[in-house]
Design a protein around this ligand. Sequence first.
Ligand SMILES: [Zn+2]
Ligand SMILES: [Zn+2]
Length: 266
Amino acid sequence: MAWSGTTAARGVAGALAARGLELAAGLASLLAPRACVTCRRPLPPGGPARHEAWASALCPGCRGRLGPIDGACLGCGAPRGPHAAPSRRCAACRGVPLGGVARTTALWRYRGVARRLLHAVKYEGREDLCPPLGLALAAHLAALDPTWASTPDLLVVPVPVHRWRRIARGYDQGAALAAGVAEGLGRPLVAALERHRTTPPLHGVDRDARDEVVAGAFRCAAPGAVRGRPVLLVDDIRTSGATLRAAARALRRAGVRRIEAGVLAR
Ligand SMILES: [Zn+2]
Ligand SMILES: [Zn+2]
């Protein structure tokens, strides 16, 4: 009895010690000054609602500098400029084939605060920001076009990163982002695409050559799930559009009916 009593006491003491360490770690993370991902100023305490949780990574000043794109080009998602007709595409992408992506909608311009925020998501382990950012993108899409949330057979499909990149990073930001978009729109998330070929980072590649570099990088791993359905492709960023066009090609081959794209920034 004495033996088992001692063992039990040790077990309780051990559990208490472990719990104590957990609590201390929790308190330390609460007390540590959190910093704005953009300007590194300390953040005020308290957090916003979940759908705005991405904003908790920014100080009020940086948050105020982020405004959604208004009056965007349907072809590439960039601001069209004040005088362009709503039906026209912007000067930068007019004449560039859409490549099967009927419309691209972006939340922000890829610069300043948005650029820093996406950098934190991609290279600084801030996976936690992806689902709330996805919710923010869903809210932007639904505000621009309420049919997004009411298209009954719409599927949300992430543009995936290659398996090696996912292993190196520990997560796939596009998939986490798309999960937030799917939740926000109330539509199913289907990881239908596979990136079966690694591609070099496109920022070093000539714009005209980008389509060639990523052509054939994707394949549809679940054609039965997407055939005949409209799809919203989700990615963190659109630059030249080559990645979205390559992903769209794989979906078109699988029989997807209509493809649109939603991105955080462009
Ligand atoms: Zn800041
Ligand atoms: Zn455009």
